[in-house]
Design a protein around this ligand. Structure first.
Ligand SMILES: NC(=O)C1=CN([C@@H]2O[C@H](COP(=O)(O)OP(=O)(O)OC[C@H]3O[C@@H](n4cnc5c(N)ncnc54)[C@H](OP(=O)(O)O)[C@@H]3O)[C@@H](O)[C@H]2O)C=CC1
Ligand SMILES: CC1=C(/C=C/C(C)=C/C=C/C(C)=C/C=O)C(C)(C)CCC1
Length: 317
């Protein structure tokens, strides 16, 4: 009897959340006020990290900027201050877990308050076939794009839970939902980041007094930041699905964060291949990949990186 009542409640909840999802496409829910929040962004000197910093500040939040590169990080801080915001910079290699824990304590000491939003954005791509590149690059990709999320979450989530207030944001990728050729290490790292994020989100739901800690998984398609310069699908398909403008990508991600949306693919159209991957036979997906040119979309990117490395444009890892 209890089982049947539980099932009835579960079905009602399922219908409610489906209807709420549909309704939210048409009517945007109220956005939350983040003007009192302290937002930590990793990889803040890069394309998306910098834009996230500016976007959070435009909503009144203060930002803590972490990056490996002090110069690009300072440039982000300068832009934030010019925009009237407050930024605090720290040079951190997020793969170094001791440094992550130490710097987290330092942030708490320096600012006298807890980080309430964590944006795990730092990411790298080798741009080499795994057969050609150094094994170190494969390890680095996994360490930055996945392992680092464990260290930063371990550093900041306990305080969020203690205050029952916070938000963990994971910048993954559509390549964490469906893969393509020649980027095995990158896809493995992003699938792992998605798995990490989902497990964490479930954990927060099962724990009591944690309903104030939210999570958002962001999965963008190719973004025009330079990270994947040269990556290309078939020309006709590109007309329908062009590389994303970084500002648009960050604004869409912010829209999701501000309404506590747990998961967002940018643009919306990229939910379709995600569903197709699950629903269609593998061979059917492979045929679609070949038709839209996504099977070899990374080849020109890898060629591009080869040229840039040969010209000495890329610094040694
Ligand atoms: N660009 C794209 O097409 C897409 C990107 N993404 C993801 O979005 C995120 C941001 O990408 P994007 O802005 O394009 O890339 P960028 O390369 O412009 O920015 C990444 C930033 O992370 C920093 N970083 C790298 N390694 C570390 C480290 N060990 N510790 C601290 N900081 C580090 C980089 O510093 P440095 O410059 O010194 O290396 C850089 O400032 C990444 O996670 C990426 O995987 C997702 C989908 C598409
Ligand atoms: C695989 C695939 C596609 C192409 C995806 C591409 C080109 C993604 C690039 C993503 C990047 C660069 C992410 C970085 O994190 C399509 C056309 C959606 C169709 C279905 C399968």
């Amino acid at each position: 009897m209890i089982f049947l009542m539980d099932m009835q409640m579960m079905l009602l909840d399922v219908v409610y959340f489906i209807l709420r999802g549909c309704f939210r496409i048409v009517m945007r829910p109220r956005t939350k006020d983040i003007s009192e929040e302290l937002v930590l962004i990793t990889g803040a000197g890069g394309g998306l990290g910098r834009l996230f910093a500016l976007e959070f500040v435009s909503h009144g939040a203060e930002v803590v900027l972490w990056d490996l590169n002090p110069e690009t990080n300072e440039t982000t801080a300068k832009l934030v201050r010019e925009a009237g915001g407050k930024a605090y910079t720290y040079t951190v290699d997020v793969t170094n877990r001791e440094k992550v824990y130490q710097t987290a304590n330092l942030v708490r000491k320096d600012l006298g308050r807890d980080v309430t939003f964590l944006v795990n954005n730092a990411g790298v791509v080798a741009g080499q076939r795994m057969w050609d590149g150094a094994d170190d690059m494969v390890e680095r990709t996994l360490k930055v794009n996945c392992h680092a999320h464990f260290w930063t979450v371990k550093a900041f989530l306990p305080q969020m839970k203690a205050n029952n207030h916070g938000h963990i944001i994971t910048i993954a990728s559509v390549l964490g939902l469906y893969a393509t050729a020649y980027v095995e290490d990158y896809c493995a790292s992003k699938f792992a980041a998605v798995g990490f994020h989902e497990s964490l989100a479930h954990e927060l739901l099962t724990e009591e007094e944690c309903d104030g800690v939210k999570t958002t998984l962001v999965c963008p398609y190719l973004v025009d930041t330079g990270m994947f310069d040269g990556c290309k699908i078939r020309e006709e398909a590109e007309l329908v699905l062009p590389a994303l403008d970084p500002v648009y990508c960050v604004q869409q991600a912010m829209n999701a964060i501000l309404i506590d949306q747990p998961f967002v693919c940018i643009p919306r159209m990229t939910y379709i291949p995600y569903m197709a991957r699950t629903l269609l036979p593998w061979e059917a997906n492979a045929v679609i990949y070949r038709f839209v040119g996504s099977d070899k979309c990374m080849s020109p990117f890898i060629e591009n990186m080869k040229k840039r490395t040969a010209n000495g444009a890329i610094k040694a890892a």
